[in-house]
Ligand binder design. Structure first.
Ligand code: ZN
Length: 91
């Protein structure tokens, strides 16, 4: 696996807080599911869903389903990123 997230260690905010330029602390509910190391995937997902919808999805998911919900959100971001036609339409 390639290591493309070398800057992540310097940044304590999770991907969600980083995206929103918010302070991230131990009460952040997004941090366990969207670590800073997945920021680029989160950015792609943000373009599709928006942070507020991602938070809504996470809040609606049962606690034991949140990890799976987060994974599908991030996977969706990757799928769109790898679709050049879609990327052109959305930028
Ligand atoms: Zn956070």
């Amino acid at each position: 696996m390639e290591n493309k997230d070398q800057g992540a260690a310097q940044n304590h905010a999770c991907a969600s807080c980083k995206q929103q330029r918010r302070k991230c602390d131990e009460t952040c509910e997004m941090a366990p599911y969207f670590p800073a190391s997945r920021y680029s995937e989160f950015q792609n997902a943000n373009k599709i869903f928006g942070v507020s919808n991602i938070q809504k999805i996470m809040a609606m998911a049962a606690p034991d389903q949140r990890q799976a919900a987060a994974e599908s959100i991030l996977t969706e971001g990757n799928a769109r990123k790898n679709d050049p036609v879609r990327a052109v339409l959305e930028t």
